[in-house]
Design a binder for this molecule. Structure first.
Ligand SMILES: *[C@@H]1O[C@H](CO)[C@@H](O)[C@H](O)[C@H]1NC(C)=O
Ligand SMILES: *[C@@H]1O[C@H](CO)[C@@H](O)[C@H](O)[C@H]1NC(C)=O
Length: 377
């Protein structure tokens, strides 16, 4: 092991009056996110990311010294479709879904959001005198003081960055790899780009979807802004498409192997590839990749979601919408026999022509994502 004699992150924060200028906060964030996105690729959740307790150490006393993430004592492996349920971590940094006992790598990203909040404004986003009070605040309250003076001088990009890390819904939260391609950090020198496993899970769900849902997602992909496409483009590049601009399962295998540790190479990569077997004999170009890899949940968290959805519905209506039978929609959404489909689905179908309504379109975009994604194939 390497000897780290530079002291811990918390001491440096305190020595500097409790907070950092934005550029210095960026340097810290990039170092943490580089490590954590690498861990998440290997299927390792740290579960105890916090500035104190010697969890982040500097290698030397130097101002420019490297920051190391250590103390993996509470970390665990998690498979792409698995959820962990034991409550571990530290009160101020614990993610809401950990308290709900169903979580995965996103929980680390929440903790990084808390650290980012502290670095930028010098106070904690969730605070109470007792542990149960903190938990209540983490579960229910919005980060405190976000609109107050302490945030007034901070750039909108930095604020947006923190908000998207501190989303209480883990499906809507950015991933570590995504955080590195957020406008606040994306031009920073030391950003290390890695494959993001959630992209593969979304692709898998896409390939298994009906042609109607694929058309809906393609329409939505056409409404993405350049800023939103940025991360997808990075991920597509990591998959190293062939000269014709398309990717196959083999590209995914190579991208997974490239930054895999031995443990990952032996078991995780074969597992992930087996779960993606529907991608065999299939090619995907960038346009379709966008439809496949976009996260509807994350887009829903944006202020401009309504606008996105409306324009996507218009595109879909011209090119993809068709008359649909209620049973077909029920099976697409995996509604069980106990659900009164006619009552439920009535306003998902347009009365005039039997085609999908706007509400039906939104449901279809989600497909079975909230049920199917957490189950093994
Ligand atoms: C690229 O496209 C050409 C023409 O459609 C085809 O002949 C060739 O096999 C493709 N190459 C790859 C690597 O897919
Ligand atoms: C990922 O692999 C590439 C190619 O081997 C290497 O250059 C890069 O440093 C690796 N990234 C990380 C974070 O290990």
């Amino acid at each position: 092991m390497e000897l780290c004699i530079g002291g811990e992150l918390l001491d440096r924060i305190l020595a500097r009056g409790g907070k950092y200028p934005e550029d210095d906060a960026k340097a810290v964030m990039v170092q943490i996110l580089n490590v954590v996105s690498f861990c998440h690729l290997q299927g390792v959740v740290h579960r105890d990311l916090k500035p104190g307790c010697n969890n982040f150490l500097y290698t030397s006393k130097d101002e420019t010294s490297e920051l190391k993430v250590i103390d993996f004592g509470l970390s665990d492996y998690v498979r792409p479709d698995e959820r962990l349920n034991d409550i571990v971590g530290s009160a101020y940094y614990v993610a809401p879904e950990v308290l709900h006992r169903s979580y995965s790598t996103e929980a680390d990203v929440w903790s990084i959001g808390v650290i980012a909040y502290i670095l930028l404004c010098g106070s904690r986003p969730f605070w109470a005198r007792t542990e149960s009070g903190i938990f209540r605040s983490v579960l229910k309250a919005e980060p405190k003081n976000f609109d107050e003076a302490s945030w007034a001088t901070i750039s909108p990009e930095a604020k947006d960055f923190v908000k998207r890390l501190l989303n209480k819904d883990p499906r809507r939260r950015m991933t570590a790899a995504q955080a590195l391609s957020h406008p606040w950090l994306r031009n920073y020198n030391d950003v290390k780009l890695l494959l993001d496993i959630p992209v593969l899970k979304l692709m898998r769900a896409y390939v298994r979807s009906s042609s109607l849902r694929k058309a809906a997602l393609r329409a939505l992909a056409k409404t993405l802004t350049a800023d939103e496409v940025f991360y997808l483009k990075e991920q597509f590049t990591i998959l190293q498409p062939n000269k014709n601009g398309s990717i196959t399962l083999e590209h995914i295998r190579m991208a997974l192997m490239k930054n895999a540790t031995d443990a990952m190479r032996d078991s995780r990569v074969p597992d992930i590839l087996a779960s993606l077997n529907t991608l065999q004999h299939r090619k995907m170009e960038f346009e379709e990749f966008c439809a496949a890899a976009l996260s509807v949940h994350q887009l829903e968290a944006l202020d401009r979601w309504e606008q996105h959805a409306r324009s996507a519905y218009e595109i879909f209506d011209q090119d993809g919408n068709r008359a649909i039978v209620i049973q077909e929609l029920a099976s697409e959404l995996a509604l069980g026999p106990s659900i009164p489909v006619h009552a439920v689905l009535n306003d998902w179908i347009r009365h005039g022509d039997g085609k999908l309504s706007f509400r039906g379109f939104i449901k279809l975009l989600h497909g079975m994502s909230s049920r199917g994604m957490t189950k093994a194939p």
